[in-house]
Design a protein around this ligand. Structure first.
Ligand code: SAH
Length: 230
């Protein structure tokens, strides 16, 4: 307790406004660099989004640790390293893209990071209460280039495609092939795939109208579920 009161990083009045969160965030971004994230636009996007705004009060002090945290409804806000890695894969060396689809908005944190790098982000969330909360979080940060829909995103959002990037933040056993056709030429689809216990981050690139599949690291995500709930 004494330490908290004397340590300026635990400034009592405004622990998560301005200065304090800013420093913690910069440290987190440096650790992402150490872990191998090299894309400057992605690192800049990660450093510009206040993750503490996406978690409940009791977890704000942990918002800049590189860990997943609960957001209710048995769902989690993804680990920052995984958010950065998936974003880097999706961007594929491009510093900006036009349209991105996210499936599984959750807290809206990954949505916000994508919104820094894309002219427009389309996001689908199956839990209505989380979709509402994600919209509030984005509004609070004045992020306006996001269309967030409550619904089942298993098969994407065909009427809004094609997309320069598609990201699943929940794991299907197999990624629906209907998503490939929603990718623009040069686009990247990135998704965890597998069962509850073992998943692999995979990505597909579309060039010359053919799709190539690539493997990345092992990951743990919540499962992609069909249907929608309030
Ligand atoms: N990117 C989010 C991760 C949220 S966890 C974040 O950083 O906060 C994954 C989310 O996917 C959960 O909110 C879950 O409700 C949602 N989800 C699961 N199946 C879905 C589906 N079929 N369509 C849309 N969203 C889904």
């Amino acid at each position: 307790m004494v330490e908290r009161m004397t340590n300026p990083e635990f400034d009592t009045d405004n622990r998560f406004g301005g200065f304090v969160s800013e420093r913690a965030r910069q440290r987190l971004v440096e650790s992402l660099r150490d872990k191998g994230i090299t894309s400057e636009p992605v690192l800049a996007a990660m450093s510009s989004v206040a993750r503490h705004e996406f978690v409940e009060e009791a977890l704000k002090s942990r918002a800049y640790e590189d860990t997943a945290l609960p957001i209710g409804y048995h769902q989690t806000i993804s680990q920052p390293y995984v958010v950065a890695l998936m974003t880097e894969i999706l961007m594929a060396g491009r510093s900006r893209v036009t349209r991105v689809l996210e499936i599984g908005a959750g807290s809206g944190f990954q949505t916000a990071v994508l919104a820094r790098l894309s002219s427009r982000v389309f996001s689908v969330e199956r839990v209505g209460a989380l979709a509402d909360r994600a919209r509030e979080h984005l509004q609070k940060l004045d992020i306006r280039n996001v269309s967030l829909r409550h619904g089942d995103g298993t098969h994407g959002w065909p009427t809004r495609g094609p997309f320069d990037g598609i990201m699943l933040t929940a794991a299907p056993e197999r990624v629906s092939e209907s998503l490939y056709s929603q990718l623009a030429e040069g686009g990247v689809l990135v998704a965890p795939e597998g069962d509850t216990y073992q998943q692999r981050l995979l990505y597909w690139t579309k060039t010359n109208h053919s799709i190539l599949r690539h493997k990345s690291i092992s990951v743990v995500f919540v499962p992609l579920r069909p249907g929608q709930v309030q």
